[in-house]
Design a protein. Structure first.
Length: 134
């Protein structure tokens, strides 16, 4: 793992949350994107080397909506940048971590992503992110 890629925060409404985080971080949202594979709309902020991703569910049955219903708005996951996501997935699986998918999925910002089950990471949802090549 190379670095923390971003911190994901579940929100009920991007329309309400984007202005809040623009004020909080004293920077503008640089990108919004729909990620159909995860049933979310996302908004990204960058301050120095730190990136924050806001996640809004686009489905009542989506994982973000379920998360908010159960735990409320707040930190949803921490994402780590990796050079070779398939290698890391295999390595972590061999180390006993539980992956939430067998193959990487298309994520936001031209990334391949895979999540690790929080039960195998002390309650933290971990996302692996690899920049798509080509």
């Amino acid at each position: 793992m190379n670095k923390v890629e971003h911190i994901g925060i579940a929100v009920r409404s991007l329309a309400d949350s984007i202005p809040l985080y623009e004020k909080l971080l004293n920077t503008t949202c640089y990108k919004t994107e729909e990620v159909t594979t995860e049933e979310v709309n996302t908004a990204f902020f960058k301050k120095g080397e730190t990136k924050i991703e806001l996640l809004e569910s686009i489905s009542e049955t989506g994982v973000i909506n379920k998360f908010i219903e159960k735990k409320g708005e707040g930190i949803h996951h921490i994402a780590f940048d990796v050079t070779d996501i398939e290698f890391e997935m295999n390595r972590l699986k061999q180390e006993g971590f539980v992956l939430l998918s067998d193959t990487p999925k298309q994520g936001a910002e031209n990334k391949l992503v895979c999540f690790l089950h929080p039960k195998s990471t002390n309650g933290v949802l971990v996302e692996l992110c690899q920049e798509k090549k080509g």
